[in-house]
Design a protein around this ligand. Structure first.
Ligand SMILES: [Zn+2]
Length: 211
């Protein structure tokens, strides 16, 4: 990946091409049904700039032209109308230092948030290595936060609930946010988190509905 001005980030055109390819892949998984979900990649750190998928586009048909450049508040600085959730992508980047953010509406994330509104406990799974965690380490919690249509409220909830070692948060009744150093790492982590959620969904719910 070539670097843009100001750091180890892709130029906008390259970022847009990457996001189009990533969107097609996630759409093929069935994780971006309709026009749901959105993806972003950092293209500048000072000032913060993100390339974000445009609003209302079928992610299986998204092209590099359907990518918008936004600032650190998620406001468009070039291109059309960004996803309504661009502000949350920018907030995740500011909070975590991530280089890419994936947001998908998967069935498993919504189903598990209903079953585990206080968070999904994960332990004893080889797949945890895919998140940089030990397979046999202590239990970790994948946080679950309540949904909101106000991106500032949602960002505050994410900031309060996130676990430093877990690069993902589930939004109840909504979907999944996952981040990584670059689009490839964010995608790999998304695949791992979704696998963990799909497995958890296969396990019988506790009778008391707790963790
Ligand atoms: Zn969403």
């Amino acid at each position: 990946m070539t670097t843009g001005a100001g750091g180890d980030v892709p130029a906008l055109a390259e970022a847009a091409a990457v996001l189009a390819a990533e969107a097609a892949r996630f759409a093929s998984f069935g994780w971006m049904r309709g026009t749901s979900g959105n993806l972003s990649v950092v293209t500048g750190r000072d000032p913060l700039r993100l390339a974000v998928t445009a609003s209302g586009i079928d992610k299986g048909e998204l092209t590099a032209a359907d990518v918008v450049l936004v600032d650190g508040d998620g406001t468009a600085v070039r291109g059309g109308r960004p996803s309504a959730e661009a502000a949350l992508h920018a907030r995740v980047v500011r909070l975590t230092g991530a280089g890419a953010v994936v947001h998908v509406h998967t069935v498993a994330s919504v189903a598990m948030a209903r079953r585990r509104p206080a968070g999904v406990v994960l332990r004893g799974l080889e797949m945890l290595k895919g998140l940089g965690l030990p397979a046999d380490g202590p239990a970790v919690v994948l946080p679950v936060i309540a949904n909101s249509q106000d991106m500032r409220v949602l960002g505050d909830r994410l900031a309060a609930a996130r676990e430093p070692d877990v690069p993902a948060v589930v939004v109840a009744g909504h979907g999944l946010y996952v981040w990584g150093a670059d689009p490839r790492e964010a995608r790999h982590r998304t695949e791992v988190v979704e696998w963990l959620l799909e497995l958890a969904l296969l396990e019988p719910p506790d009778p008391d509905g707790g963790r």
